[in-house]
Design a protein around this ligand. Structure first.
Ligand SMILES: Cc1ncc(COP(=O)(O)O)c(C=O)c1O
Length: 500
């Protein structure tokens, strides 16, 4: 394992420990930490002690600086650039997650191809802290039972644990009540649930559903299926050449036929932070509902669904240090109440006869069958973990890393970043002249560095920028400057022809 930086974040200097860590991590490489690190965020001829996290790009403002405090005291990202009038918040609880935090994640403590594993594939899935893994084991070891039925001790414990997790999600998202939290398998299932339940009941021929050009396929295909079924029309809000949503075009597209606007809060392919609060206000003025795909935002920026104005907010547990197989659909109570069931079965009914069934109230109405109990419990523990690390601190830490990442990648010859959004969160995509993204991914893998190479289930936005595939490093709570340094060094070797 790498020694941790002693400063707990906020450091602007490459300290000796990090240099030592790099020496360890670079074992077998011909690069020195000095040649590697100095240029990451500074001109190539800058001295070694140049600030590591000095932003080069004036637009690379940290999202922390752009956090707007909602009336309810929650946090929302309201990019001042796109939402004039929102007071930027500076100072407050910044800094970084506590030092030593990466040691909480057992999977990070391993070597891949003889090198320390560098996990930069967080947009695909995150690693899990020991306490999440332990909570899942503990559930099966001592509390395992089905929930909500049975009068015995373990059923009571399992039910308490499952409903306790729901309460944790409610607090984490700033929802008004636990009834607004539906457990599902993940983001994909949540969006399909809304499309099939709310959509079939409310969307009719010639109605319109708006999505952005940035979407993951999960926020395209369910709406296409609905449109095929109902005769409604799917329309695409364009992005500009930087990869930011064209708010002028969006405004022009909003009309009485628009029933739903489905937006990502953060693009999984190029990292664009979308001003969803402002866009939700605009949609609501026209009477449309808003679904926010929070798969790529919830682990990186503080989210308050009420302040955001989302009617639906969806995310997957596995992208926020929780287990796979569990995710969340938040739905505004009044909206969920009106929605018909999607799947039928046990647990979602009030009364069943062969002639007629009446349904339970939300959230049970939408949780047919035995839920993924242990995973829900694991998700609750993961959210507590993130809360303890401090969400504003995570956002600030990752934004500093993002500045280094963007600066470092920009210094690799032959490498082009895809898009240049005003605020980039979590992920960045790039291509390299004359090299296939997949081959770059495989080369990095031989260095122990995990990134994603491919279309990232976001073909439309990649094609918007002229690519079929890109390489996508993405950040998590446990990454630090040394991870970025190793990535940039490997890419420099590759671009200079030294890398094989
Ligand atoms: C923005 C976005 N939406 C939806 C999804 C789908 O998430 P899941 O596969 O966990 O359902 C992803 C996954 O990468 C994503 O990044």
């Amino acid at each position: 394992m790498l020694p941790e930086r002693p400063d707990g974040g906020g450091s602007t200097q490459l300290d000796e420990l990090v240099k030592g860590a790099l020496v360890d991590a670079l074992a077998g490489s011909d690069a020195s930490p000095a040649t590697l690190v100095a240029p990451l965020s500074a001109p190539l001829d800058a001295p070694l002690d140049a600030p590591l996290d000095a932003p080069l790009d004036p637009l690379a403002r940290g999202p922390f600086d752009l956090l707007g405090v909602t009336e309810r005291g929650g946090w929302n990202l309201l990019p001042a650039l796109m939402f004039p009038g929102s007071a930027p918040v500076r100072g407050g609880a910044s800094g970084a997650p506590r030092p030593g935090l990466s040691r909480d994640f057992p999977a990070l403590d391993q070597q891949v191809h003889g090198r320390r594993l560098v996990w930069l594939d967080n947009a695909a899935t995150t690693q899990k802290p020991r306490e999440v893994i332990d909570a899942i084991s503990r559930f099966y070891e001592s509390d395992n039972s089905n929930v909500h039925r049975g009068a015995h001790e373990l059923a009571a414990r399992a039910t308490d644990a499952y409903e306790g997790a729901r309460a944790t999600v409610q607090r984490f998202l700033g929802a008004r009540s636990e009834e607004e939290i539906v457990f599902v398998r993940g983001t994909t299932e949540a969006i399909n649930l809304v499309a099939q339940s709310w959509g079939r009941a409310n969307v009719h021929a010639r109605d319109e559903i708006l999505v952005t050009h940035l979407e993951h396929h999960s926020n395209i295909v369910p709406w296409q299926l609905l449109c095929e079924e109902t005769g409604a029309v799917l329309r695409v809000i364009p992005v500009d050449d930087a990869g930011d949503v064209r708010l002028d075009a969006y405004e022009a597209m909003l009309g009485p036929r628009v029933k739903l606007v489905a937006l990502p809060q953060v693009s999984n392919a190029i990292g664009t932070l979308v001003p969803v609060a402002a866009m939700a206000q605009m949609a609501h003025r026209q009477g449309a509902l808003v679904l926010v795909d929070g798969a790529q935002s919830v682990a990186h920026v503080p989210v308050d669904v009420t302040g955001l104005g989302a009617d639906f907010f969806v995310f997957s547990g596995h992208k926020i240090y929780g287990p796979t197989g569990i995710g969340v659909l938040y739905g505004r109570e009044e909206v969920l109440e009106q929605m018909p069931p999607w799947q039928g079965g046990g647990s979602m009914i009030e009364d069943v006869t062969f002639e007629r069934t009446t349904y339970a109230r939300p959230p049970a109405r939408f949780e047919a069958g035995t839920p993924s109990l242990a995973d829900a419990v694991g998700l609750g523990v993961a959210l507590d973990y993130v809360e303890r690390a401090g969400r504003p601190a995570i956002a600030a830490h990752e934004q500093r890393l993002m500045s280094s990442l963007v600066a470092g990648l920009s210094s690799v010859s032959g490498l082009s970043l895809v898009g240049a959004p005003a605020v980039r969160v979590g992920a960045v995509s790039f291509v390299m002249a004359g090299r296939e993204p997949r081959a770059i991914g495989q080369y990095l893998n031989r260095k122990g560095i995990a990134v994603r190479a491919g279309h990232h289930c976001a073909q439309p936005v990649l094609r918007r920028f002229g690519h079929e595939a890109t390489v996508r490093p993405s950040l998590g709570i446990y990454n630090d400057e040394s991870d970025i340094a190793l990535l940039v060094m490997a890419l420099r070797e590759l671009s200079s022809g030294r890398g094989r």
